[in-house]
Design a binder for this molecule. Sequence first.
Ligand SMILES: Nc1ncnc2c1ncn2[C@@H]1O[C@H](COP(=O)(O)OP(=O)(O)OP(=O)(O)O)[C@@H](O)[C@H]1O
Ligand SMILES: [Mg+2]
Length: 419
Amino acid sequence: MTNTQTALGSLTKVVNLLSFVPLNLPENLEFILAEVDRLFQPEQLAVSLVRSQTRAVFSYRSHKIVHSGAEAGLCHCGNCSHDCPVLKDALPVLKLTQDETEGCALTKAERSPAHACLPIVGGKEVLGILSLTMPESGNIKIDDLEILLVLTNLVGITVQRDQLLQSVEEEKRALLEANLHLGELAGNLLRAEKLATAGRMAADIAHEINNPLGIISARAECILLEQGEHLPEEIREDLRVIIKQARRVGQISRTVLNMARTPAAAEKEKFDVHAAIAEVLSLVKTTLSKRGIALHYEGPAAGPLWTAGNTNHLQQVFLNLVWNALDAMLGEGELLIRLGRNAGKIILQVQDSGPGIPPASRALIFEPFFTTKDAGRGTGLGLAISRKLTEEMGGSLTLENSSRGACFQIELAEIGQGG
Ligand SMILES: Nc1ncnc2c1ncn2[C@@H]1O[C@H](COP(=O)(O)OP(=O)(O)OP(=O)(O)O)[C@@H](O)[C@H]1O
Ligand SMILES: [Mg+2]
């Protein structure tokens, strides 16, 4: 080559192109390699870029760049069979004429054509290698090396710009993800805020209910105590029901108040799950048969199943599940209660023959205030409170997959006689 005019022309062209065209690594490399090709007319010309453990090879053939993607291997140009010194030391390896070898791993006996391997450097890092192999007849002139080095540096600048662009893109992606996450958090915060407000309102209402409720049960107790013996048995029974139900409402309102308060460590006692469930079943039996619901019980006929927690809480949870099942089974139906043990756990299942829970609602039913019932018929708190109470006992409440209706499962840790 050695024509200063031609070399300068090539450099100006490449610099102008790189300054004005948008950054696209393969296209930009093609511009530069096209000029190297025009100036040196090599037999082989390639750029190998080092990316972590792999190399991306861009070979220039027939006026086009061929990107062979990531390739593992030691030598970029295929001439050396061991670690390439260009990558290791960032120094060029040159064999300027076919007989002359300088620093290259090739032996003189290997009469391969002249070639140059130049490091593509970005700061202190070797980003890759530009390799050029001349045809049998060609040599690389010392004077031309300088222009080859400048072109290699331009490759380095292009690669660095590409790396910068990629890291900006990655940062952008990370920022977008972080933004999305922030949006979710803000949504959750808003929901938590709404729930806290609703919880405070519920607590206020529960508090207000306690006074009239106290009066109702106190009056009923007074009547029973003072006039009881003069009243017919049915009225006495009615009064007992009033007192019992007023106590239940009191218990529910205390639970709501407890939910609104910062949770204190719930008092735990050892109790028999079997007995607790049998008590509730004996209470609801009549209601079930009046509504045309057949009750099936699968489990031990007697015998304790000990757990630690709060009997009232478990009974409340169980009752919530039974009421939900009743609401779901309009008209006739079957309610199946299973009680048993598995791997140190007490398992209690409540399954109904209703329509089940549609997939879209499955993730929502345990959320407070989620209800599909008409206003006044459901608050949407039943399952949320039930789950909280079960978890306070160290257990869990889940919706199981079932072939029929809905099946809820309570799991509690079983403790031994001594526990
Ligand atoms: N056994 C069931 N079959 C079908 N759907 C059910 C069943 N149990 C619960 N659900 C659905 O889950 C929703 C939430 O139940 P949850 O007990 O939390 O509230 P609720 O029954 O609507 O009102 P609340 O219990 O506060 O009076 C119900 O409205 C209903 O859509
Ligand atoms: Mg309910």
